[in-house]
Write a new protein. Structure first.
Length: 161
């Protein structure tokens, strides 16, 4: 068994650079919106969302419905578990498992969203967390990615069905 085999397709240097710049610009915009509005638009799982949105935009896991729907659904699962159970290692594990199953069942799997229930249980935020940062931030990231992928070297995003 060779652990050093790479299954990821090689990409050109311009695409590599564009991917990093895309993630940087997206987080800068969302963090800037947080700073200028005084309302949270950013949460840690969005950094991982940028990896998918800018490095592998053709992946089914990177598509807008997966990004927005996955984050929204997983956050809702986190709130449901928070409402029913005390915060513990068991409730955290249950919330992540339920979020994974729910995303898979609805075909909106977005791996970074698997962290959202942990954020909810660790922070115990108010219900407005669903709107800010979850929905607003994920929509902003998708919008930035949609516009950014139109720049050279152009990438088709969202991927055609």
């Amino acid at each position: 068994m060779n652990f050093f085999n790479r299954h990821q397709v090689a990409v050109s240097i311009p695409v590599v650079i564009k991917s990093g710049i895309g993630g940087m610009v997206a987080i800068a915009i969302v963090a800037g919106l947080t700073q200028f509005s005084g309302t949270p638009w950013l949460m840690a799982p969005f950094g991982a969302s940028c990896v998918l949105l800018f490095s592998v935009p053709s992946s089914p896991l990177s598509q807008p419905i997966n990004v927005v729907g996955g984050h929204l659904l997983s956050t809702l699962v986190g709130f449901a578990v928070l409402a029913l159970l005390p915060v513990s290692w068991l409730s955290m594990a249950l919330a992540v498992g339920l979020a994974i199953s729910a995303m898979a069942a609805l075909r909106i799997t977005h791996p970074p969203a698997g962290a959202d229930p942990l954020v909810v249980l660790a922070m115990t935020p108010g219900i407005d967390f669903i709107m800010f940062p979850t929905l607003s931030g994920s929509l902003a990231l998708v919008l930035v990615a949609t516009l950014f992928h139109r720049l050279p070297p152009k990438t088709v995003f969202p991927a055609p069905k």
